[in-house]
Ligand binder design. Structure first.
Ligand code: FEO
Length: 386
């Protein structure tokens, strides 16, 4: 398979995972790529690898550029197995190569693969001369694991950013001027919302730490490489990492016999009256990772469920468990739902919101089927508090 030269003597040699539809719970309708890069210099240097099951494709692209046994350095910017999965294959082919990673990276690689490879442990401010070119390292812990770092090549002004600025997007095109920008940005937003969201403080620090770098190309480890629209993706990360919200509401619900759905529409009308951007989702029909993308910049999250047995609908519980893990900050919320003989729904919903630290501005229940009067009253109450 072919490599792609992204700058003189620097080649993309990754894998394209056209069939990927689920990445640890995140629905990836457009597949993904695992981007690896080989730098041909006095020291032959590989940056990251691919998932284990994509090793053949990766090795085929890599071998089209260089005999893998000639590799001197393997830079591991992140231990998660979508990037380190093929490291054992490379180290078998090039047993004298040195792995360049941060302290958490060395620990993670030893714990994953139980091998006593040669390690060169680096930290922020350290450099590695490859010959004509250099790599400077900045550790970016928790964007997305403790071991994340980015590598910057000042001579070419390329930032190898690993997960940051990536997208789950399979394509034969490699650059942002070759693929529709709206789709790249949509997938970058979804990626941030479902992967980086809990680590906004760390992402914002990583942005600050790399701000002084002059960057002409961002080569992430998933999806498309940025070489034209750098300002656009930087502005998006700046907005997301600083949790800048829009006047926007996300309403998500499941309904048993249609009563909670009627209530969801009353919530919708209240926010419509107040001029909010509106997103409403039936949790039976929409994947939770797509809803997360909309929550990323929304001021309000409103969630509805009827009582089912002694709890709430399982779709709603799964959604709120997912939201709790991704921990959106400074959000306001409304909870609602219908019940028959036990008002368990609101109590369970309240517990989820409290654990997620979403400020509840209104809770609303109705018994069995809401009348038009009930719905109007609910709408007015919500209009009064938002
Ligand atoms: Fe793409 Fe956190 O791995």
């Amino acid at each position: 398979m072919k490599s792609i030269e992204i700058a003189k003597d620097i080649f993309w040699v990754g894998g394209i995972d056209w069939s990927l539809r689920n990445f640890h719970g995140y629905k990836t309708q457009r597949g993904s790529t695992y981007n690896a890069y080989i730098i041909i210099d006095e020291k032959i240097t590989l940056i990251d690898t691919v998932k284990d099951y994509m090793s053949d494709e990766f090795l085929s692209r890599l071998s089209s550029v260089i005999d893998p046994s000639k590799i001197d350095y393997v830079v591991v910017n992140h231990v998660e197995m979508d990037h380190s999965g093929a490291v054992p294959h490379i180290m078998e082919l090039a047993p004298n190569a040195t792995i360049v990673t941060c302290a958490s990276g060395e620990k993670g690689l030893r714990e994953h693969y139980k091998k006593d490879w040669n390690f060169n442990v680096v930290k922020t401010g350290d450099s590695l001369s490859l010959g004509k070119r250099t790599l400077n390292f900045v550790t970016t812990p928790m964007v997305h694991w403790p071991d994340n770092m980015v590598s910057y090549m000042p001579e070419e002004k390329i930032l190898f950013s690993n997960d940051a600025f990536g997208q789950h997007l399979a394509s034969s095109e490699r650059f942002d001027d070759e693929f529709p920008l709206d789709i790249i940005l949509e997938e970058a937003k979804k990626y941030y919302a479902n992967i980086v969201f809990p680590y906004g403080t760390q992402a914002s620090k990583a942005l600050d730490d790399t701000q002084s770098l002059e960057i002409k190309m961002i080569a992430p480890s998933h999806g498309i490489i940025w070489r034209k629209n750098l300002a656009a993706i930087h502005d998006c990360y700046d907005k997301w990492a600083h949790n800048r919200l829009e006047k926007k509401v996300v309403i998500a619900y499941d309904s048993m016999w249609g009563s909670t759905e009627k209530m969801a529409k009353a919530v919708y009308k209240a926010f419509e009256q107040k001029g909010y951007k509106l997103r409403i989702f039936d949790l039976k029909l929409t994947d939770i990772s797509d809803i997360m993308t909309e929550i990323l910049d929304a001021e309000y999250l409103c969630v509805g469920s009827p009582t089912l047995n002694s709890g709430i609908m399982p779709n709603v519980a799964a959604f709120l468990t997912y939201v709790q893990g991704l921990a959106p900050k400074n959000r306001k919320g409304i909870i609602f739902g219908s019940y028959g003989w036990a008002q368990r729904n609101v109590k369970v919903l309240e517990e989820y919101f409290e654990k997620t630290k979403i400020q509840i501005v209104h809770s609303h229940v109705v018994n069995y089927i809401p009348t038009e009067e009930n719905l109007l009253e609910m709408q007015k109450k919500i209009e009064d508090v938002i």
